[in-house]
Design a protein around this ligand. Structure first.
Ligand code: SAH
Length: 364
């Protein structure tokens, strides 16, 4: 069962991060304030990462409270934080206004900080090896709910709460809960807020943003036309329709050749190298003949293959490939001249790695 349309639910409150600068100015004017207050408020939120009215001392006291109340509602409540890797990997469970739960993961490396964000509460794509997919779709997240995950991480980094000294977010990956291309409008809005320069947005380089998808072909085409140089990651996981129909059920709608054509078009239009994601599952998709087939499909394209050792999920009978099979798979791809990387499994021990986000509420 595939769920493309999210269930209709009450919408989260409107937030500054949902709006373009022009819309913010209108919203501020409607509150009886001068339009330039929108710029001031935006600087507080996107530059200083503050939503605390008391800290906005360049605004008249009465305006501060009115503006913060109307445009900076609290959208995410932290429920639980779990860390590993000496505090440099942290998974946060958030409660949204209606009780829906989502997770995000911050990963600090020596040379970069990546935040993995959710775009939906749950997911409707039903991939059998993914914990989120097994839970079904609760609802789409709003643009501001998506952006807030990054702002919260940026705030923790700036405050020096992540070991390694004060830092900044350099990379954002839409690889948390949800299928970003099934919540297209909110996701594009979030990418714009993330990448627009201050005070419009967070000013993070679009090259540092990766949108990962199971392969909703029309949406990939739309994304290519946005003029945003974000990286596209395509969750392929099998090079043949017979197996991909079962591993990535959306393949019953758009086949391997169609989804790869969309990916190559994306690479041609944007000039960005596409990342082909392939979770290696023992004795399921890790045979050498499949590596060969994958190599033939990807060779001479603006693409690389990112192999992900399967992360364990509850109730799944599948496990990661044997190390020797993984090595053979890599060698086969390299023989075709295809660039290959093997993703690290950061966050595995806190169920914060790829496919493990299920956002269960803690035992009370
Ligand atoms: N819905 C999007 C984005 C979220 S998943 C997508 O599927 O691309 C991010 C990546 O983790 C995807 O490539 C997904 O296929 C992969 N993944 C899911 N479950 C996994 C698991 N158990 N082990 C390893 N990778 C997994």
């Amino acid at each position: 069962m595939l769920t493309f349309a999210a269930p209709r639910r009450a919408k989260p409150a409107r937030h500054l991060a949902d709006l373009s600068m022009a819309e913010r100015r209108d919203a501020v004017a409607e509150l009886g304030e001068k339009a330039f207050r929108a710029d001031q408020l935006s600087r507080h939120y996107f530059d200083r990462l503050t939503h605390d009215a008391a800290a906005m001392t360049d605004l008249p006291t009465a305006s501060r409270d009115r503006l913060a109340e109307a445009l900076l509602p609290s959208l995410l409540t932290p429920v639980r934080e779990i860390v590993c890797d000496g505090g440099t990997t942290r998974k946060t469970l958030w409660r949204l206004f209606d009780g829906a739960l989502v997770e995000s993961v911050l990963m600090r490396y020596p040379e970069r900080v990546t935040i993995c964000v959710s775009s939906q509460a749950g997911c409707g794509m039903n991939c059998p090896f993914c914990a989120t997919g097994q839970a079904g779709l609760t609802r789409n997240m709003s643009t501001a709910e998506i952006v807030e995950q990054v702002v919260a991480g940026a705030r923790a980094l700036a405050a020096g709460e992540v070991p390694g000294g004060p830092g900044r977010v350099s990379n954002i990956v839409f690889m948390g809960m949800g299928e970003p291309m099934a919540n297209y409008k909110a996701v594009i809005g979030a990418v714009r807020r993330m990448t627009d320069p201050s005070p419009h947005g967070l000013g993070i380089s679009a090259r540092g943003v990766t949108v990962s998808t199971v392969g909703l072909v029309p949406a990939i085409g739309k994304l290519a036309a946005e003029g945003l140089p974000v990286t596209l990651a395509l969750s392929l996981h099998a090079p043949d329709d017979e197996l991909r129909d079962t591993l990535v059920p959306v393949n019953t709608r758009w086949k391997v050749d169609e989804v790869l054509d969309a990916a190559w078009d994306y690479a041609r239009i944007t000039g960005r190298r596409v990342s082909i994601e392939y979770a290696l599952i023992k004795d399921v998709n890790d045979q050498e003949w499949r590596a060969d087939l994958l190599g033939r499909l990807v060779k001479n394209r603006l693409a690389h293959v990112n192999l992900i050792p399967l992360n364990p999920t509850p109730g799944s009978k599948w496990t990661a490939s044997r190390p020797e099979d993984e090595r053979a798979f890599v060698r086969r791809l390299e023989a075709h001249g295809v660039p290959v990387t093997v993703r690290d499994t950061r966050g595995r021990e806190i169920d914060g790695a790829c496919g493990q986000l299920a956002a269960a509420a803690p035992e009370e």
